[in-house]
Design a protein around this ligand. Structure first.
Ligand code: ATP
Ligand code: MG
Length: 213
């Protein structure tokens, strides 16, 4: 049996065509089903539906053989025990620093001001600002980071940005790109040795679909 860990929403939608290219079709839609284990048309493949941030954990511990996770999530997790053979080029966006419109970010840096930053990506943010030699106070949030600067919780946010629509709607502006983000295939290292042939056939089909798209 091959177990594939996926999250609902964007990742499931963008992964469905890749799975189809590997001949794998979910027998139920995770958006409407309450089941957390979804059978597929392949007797030897099942999907488990987990929170996006939990995908690396399931794969690291071998509860799933492979998974699909954003680079944002993998950077925070650290990637221990995970083989990352393939960039699927889906769910593309950017990890960015953003501030309120009119806030002088560069000036604050020049003055050596100690900025308050809200983010759910604490490790990513800590490493980014440390590399720039900036001293920041990081405050961990679990969502709606855009609110932080609007109500005085923070000067800046570190979050994913795709179109910038959410930033604009909240009078924020991106001031710095931290990294380009897309989703990656992750594979449990022990499973890759034990189930090599089946996993390789799935990985090859994904790679062909990614290169064709
Ligand atoms: P939840 O929304 O349930 O709190 P989540 O925010 O982790 O969980 P998603 O919003 O579905 O879940 O994000 C899953 C992954 O999709 C992220 O880890 C990231 O890699 C990618 N992603 C998030 N936001 C965007 C975006 N605006 N554009 C493209 N990809 C994105
Ligand atoms: Mg989300």
């Amino acid at each position: 049996m091959i177990t594939i860990a996926l999250s609902k929403g964007r990742i499931f939608e963008e992964t469905t065509p890749l799975l189809a290219a590997a001949g794998i079709v979910a027998l139920e839609n995770p958006e409407s089903s309450r089941k957390l284990i979804l059978p597929t048309n392949c007797d030897d493949v099942r999907l488990i539906i987990v929170r996006a941030t939990d995908v690396p954990t399931y794969v690291q511990h071998g509860a799933a053989d492979i998974g699909i996770a954003g680079k944002d999530v993998l950077d925070e997790h650290g990637g221990a025990g995970l083989y990352q053979p393939l960039d699927l080029n889906i769910a593309r966006c950017k990890m960015m620093v953003a501030v309120r419109e009119g806030f002088d970010y560069q000036g604050s840096i020049r003055r050596g001001a100690r900025l308050k930053v809200v983010t759910k990506y604490v490790k990513t943010a800590r490493e980014h600002f440390a590399a720039k030699g900036m001293h920041v106070d990081l405050i961990k949030l679990y969502g709606s980071m855009e609110l932080g600067p609007l109500v005085g919780l923070a000067d800046a946010i570190v979050d994913l940005v795709s179109t910038g629509g959410t930033l604009r709607a909240n009078h924020l502006q991106a001031v710095e790109e931290i990294s380009a983000i897309s989703s990656r295939l992750v594979v449990n290292q022990a499973a890759f040795k034990l189930k090599r042939e089946r996993l390789q056939s799935i990985m090859d089909a994904f790679a062909r679909a990614v290169n064709a798209g």
